[in-house]
Ligand binder design. Structure first.
Ligand code: 13P
Length: 256
């Protein structure tokens, strides 16, 4: 049974560093056509590379498919060569920004402090952060997943006011399940999602916690989406590989 609270179910694609502009436009417009013909039972978001954002925003119906960037700068503006600010992202028509993805934490040294700044700048510019948390394999094997996600939340988002926090989507992505074909079992996902919701309740109260959308990410595909999304505390998915083909992504969306 799904909750009676107001939280949204969301299926969000994370294209990562895939697709040229032309390929990305083709995928986004194909998806737009598919979803115009068959209305989804959840909100749909696509997370594209920066350079695709503006073109895709003008090519699709953004009231049907929300657009997300995959990162933003931790500075407002100025002499930061190569960086893209939250206000620039907002100006393209994007609505969301994925922050704290494990690939950014691992390969680009994004610390709790840096992510805290990014989240604040996203909110200041009226972008909704999809904030990613999750443990690596060794931490899961040592049964430390709960303390890891707790530290990640405390380090970068539990500084927010309840009103600010209510604009955030959380994505639990066990790093050992990303791109590996290994999915968390439905029980593992439900267990840690319920734990995360409990942490939010302790910090912000039950109502805020019940209204928070918590996505699962990590080898989610058309074959396992339905079972994962059926869990009471799993409110959708953040989808990598299976978001790169319209038919696969639609298969995941149909998990709802
Ligand atoms: P995969 O779905 O390819 O495992 O990637 C998940 C992910 O990292 C989404 O952000």
């Amino acid at each position: 049974m799904k909750s009676i609270f107001m939280r949204k179910n969301i299926v969000a694609g994370n294209w990562k560093m895939n697709k040229t502009l032309q390929e990305g436009l083709a995928l986004a417009t194909e998806l737009n056509t598919i979803l115009s013909n068959s209305k989804p039972n959840c909100e749909v978001v696509i997370g594209t590379p920066f350079i695709h954002l503006a073109s895709i925003a003008s090519a699709i119906d953004t009231s049907k498919i929300g657009i997300a960037a995959q990162n933003c700068a931790d500075k407002e503006s100025g002499a930061y060569t190569g960086e893209v600010s939250a206000s620039m992202i907002k100006s393209t028509g994007a609505e969301y920004v994925i922050l704290g993805h494990s690939e950014r934490r691992a390969y680009y040294g994004e610390t709790y402090e840096i992510l805290k700044e990014k989240v604040l700048l996203a909110l200041k510019n009226e972008l909704k952060p999809i904030f990613c948390i999750g443990e690596v394999k060794e931490e899961r094997e040592a049964n430390k997943q709960n303390e890891v996600v707790k530290a990640q939340l405390e380090g970068s988002v539990f500084n927010l006011s309840a009103e600010e926090f209510s604009k955030i989507v959380i994505a639990y992505e066990p790093v050992w399940a990303i791109g590996t074909g290994l999915t968390a079992t439905s029980e593992q996902a439900q267990e840690i999602h319920a734990y995360i919701r409990g942490l939010i309740a302790d910090k912000y109260g039950k109502e805020t916690a019940e209204n928070t959308t918590i996505l699962y990410g990590g080898s989610c595909n058309p074959g396992n989406a339905k079972e994962l999304f059926a869990n009471p505390d799993v409110d959708g998915g953040l989808i990598g590989g299976a978001s790169l083909k319209a038919a696969d992504f639609k298969g995941v969306i149909d998990g709802f």
